[in-house]
Design a binder for this molecule. Structure first.
Ligand SMILES: C[S@@+](CC[C@H](N)C(=O)[O-])C[C@H]1O[C@@H](n2cnc3c(N)ncnc32)[C@H](O)[C@@H]1O
Length: 213
């Protein structure tokens, strides 16, 4: 029997990931929530949670597969918070290797930006899958693409990540444990892959069930 093209759980992501293994052939594409989405928490608590969440996402990824994170840094109280560094702490704690680190331009090169930098990170990790390193794909994505809402992954970045997972690790299902309104799920479906999303906010989870490109 064919798996459903899209399943969205209204649930807490880390509890979902702990509840059992992901389907065979699953790969992860996700964006962990920014501190501004968890405003009731002290900043240090969010930062520790973020690293722990990255670790759990990587641990939940099947060994021969990969997990891709799309994250945008923030400039905060005069300092620069590098989420690539935080994700890498979690991923290395899970025993993973960084397969690649791409930069996605959010603003044209040469333009100054405020509050958020002019680029986002796309980071890909795997615990066992090292045979993709030779399969070079562009390291700088010149455009983010359209965004379905202000916290969304840009569509160009989502297409590039899903195609990489499909073609380089032969992913047969895309999982986004922090799926928001379902951009990554819709992109996975667009490329013929079933998708599983998890989202805490019921309204966003409902949108994620319905989003089409
Ligand atoms: C950066 S947004 C993801 C955006 C998504 N990539 C999109 O394009 O719509 C992070 C999402 O994680 C959700 N979230 C925050 N904490 C969560 C948790 N513990 N479990 C599940 N979802 C959570 C937020 O409600 C938010 O929608």
């Amino acid at each position: 029997m064919q798996p459903p093209l899209r399943t969205v759980h209204t649930a807490e992501a880390l509890a979902f990931l702990r509840s059992g293994p992901l389907p065979e052939g699953a790969a992860i594409l996700t964006s962990l929530p920014d501190a501004s989405e968890l405003r009731s928490w002290p900043f240090a608590k969010w930062q520790a949670w973020f690293v722990e969440a990255a670790e759990q996402v990587v641990r939940a990824t099947p060994p021969q597969s990969a997990a891709i994170f799309y994250q945008t840094d923030v400039k905060r109280d005069g300092t620069w918070l590098d989420k690539s560094y935080l994700v890498q702490q979690g991923a290395y704690a899970a025993g993973a290797h960084l397969l690649w680190h791409k930069i996605v331009c959010r603003a044209p090169a040469g333009r100054a930006t405020f509050a958020r930098p002019g680029y986002a990170h796309l980071l890909c990790f795997s615990r066992d899958r090292l045979d993709t390193v030779e399969a070079a794909t562009p390291d700088v994505l010149p455009e983010l693409g359209a965004m379905t809402w202000p916290r969304a992954i840009g569509l160009h970045a989502a297409h590039a990540a899903v195609l990489w997972l499909r073609d380089q690790v032969q992913a047969r299902c895309i999982v986004d444990p922090f799926c928001g309104v379902g951009t990554t799920l819709a992109v996975a479906n667009y490329h013929g892959l079933p998708a599983i999303g998890v989202e805490l906010a019921p309204g966003r989870a409902q949108k994620a069930r319905e989003l089409s490109l």
